[in-house]
Write a protein that binds this ligand. Structure first.
Ligand code: CP
Ligand code: NVA
Length: 308
């Protein structure tokens, strides 16, 4: 069994294996409908327990479909209905019960420490479904989407992020090291990636390129990613932060400075992207969202020790 917590700690060859498996599985089920099970039902009889301490649409649905298509099932818990959420039970005891009843645990939380603590006490795999420092299932799926659309290995592409230094960017930075792609980041000085992630990149003998000018950041980009300026539970002065990003809006004008880039966004969106770019020909956001199902199936197989 393996946990899936942060791309930084997962060997590059395992990440590549997951992507290869997802591609095969996606192709093999082209003619199957949503709830039909993959041949061989590799996770038959397995229960994935999901718990969300923050809102979610895509992660919730995509994990539901992922485990169903592998022959298993899922149960979603609301943290405020558990003793744990009320402060009436420890993580250790909760983890013991989850491990007794279920086969895997997917957690979305506001605390990285909580994911780590669950990993310590669970005897089943834990998957990070978004934490303050990481959104690993999203970004691995995004690597898959980039390669699917461009038909090129991501290492041959110039990837650009315009936006806040948040959990999705931290995972994209980790992916840039694991998959060896060039990553340019465009954001205001005050919202540049933190020291810790930059030190990690350096320690791995890699580089990321940071610009406080959106046009410079997108110059030569093949792919432009973005995300909301204000993340879930972001405790900042929202008006001030949005104002700081006013020159980082992705619109048709900015897209012209890229290498005819495609546009991707994890969703939900805010005002960081114009309607015509978001709904335009270069945007692949719906395909990106659906690919979460395919990649998470292979992540589940990896965690359950069943990846071929
Ligand atoms: N992209 C993403 O994780 O969406 P949800 O917050 O809706 O799960
Ligand atoms: N950065 C966003 C991602 C949402 C999927 C957030 O944490 O709210």
């Amino acid at each position: 069994m393996k946990h899936f917590i942060n791309l930084k700690n997962i060997p590059a060859k395992d990440l590549r294996k997951i992507i290869i498996d997802a591609k095969k599985r996606k192709n093999l089920r082209k003619k199957l409908s949503t709830l039909e099970v993959d041949k061989g039902a590799p996770l038959k009889g397995k229960l994935l327990i999901q718990m969300f301490e923050k809102s979610s649409l895509r992660t919730r649905l995509s994990f539901y479909l992922a485990i169903k298509q592998l022959g298993g099932g899922t149960l979603t818990l609301r943290s405020n209905e558990l003793h744990l959420g009320q402060g009436g039970e420890s993580i250790a005891d909760t983890a013991k019960i989850l491990s007794t009843y279920g086969d895997g645990f997917m957690l979305r939380t506001d605390s990285d420490k909580k994911v780590e603590n669950f990993a310590k006490y669970l005897s089943i795999p834990v998957i990070n479904g978004l934490s303050p420092s990481s959104h690993p299932t999203q970004v691995l799926s995004d690597v898959f989407t980039v390669e699917e659309i461009t038909k090129k290995p991501i290492s041959k592409l110039n990837i650009c992020w315009i936006g806040d230094s948040n959990n999705v960017l931290d995972s994209l930075i980790a992916a840039s090291v694991k998959f060896s792609f060039k990553l340019s980041i465009g954001c205001p000085k005050k919202f540049e990636p933190g020291k810790e992630v930059r030190a990690w990149v350096k320690k791995n003998n890699k580089k990321i390129y940071i610009y406080n000018d959106a046009k410079k950041a997108v110059s030569g980009a093949d792919v432009i990613f973005s995300d909301k300026v204000i993340s879930l539970n972001d405790k900042v002065n929202k008006t001030k932060k949005i104002q700081a990003f006013k020159n980082f809006k992705i619109n048709k004008e900015l897209m012209k400075f890229s290498n005819s880039a495609i546009f991707l966004h994890c969703l939900p969106r805010g005002d960081e992207v114009s309607e015509d770019v978001f709904l335009g020909k270069k945007s692949h956001v719906w395909q990106q969202a659906l690919n979460r199902v395919h990649v998470q199936k292979s992540i589940l197989l990896y965690c359950f020790g069943k990846l071929r």
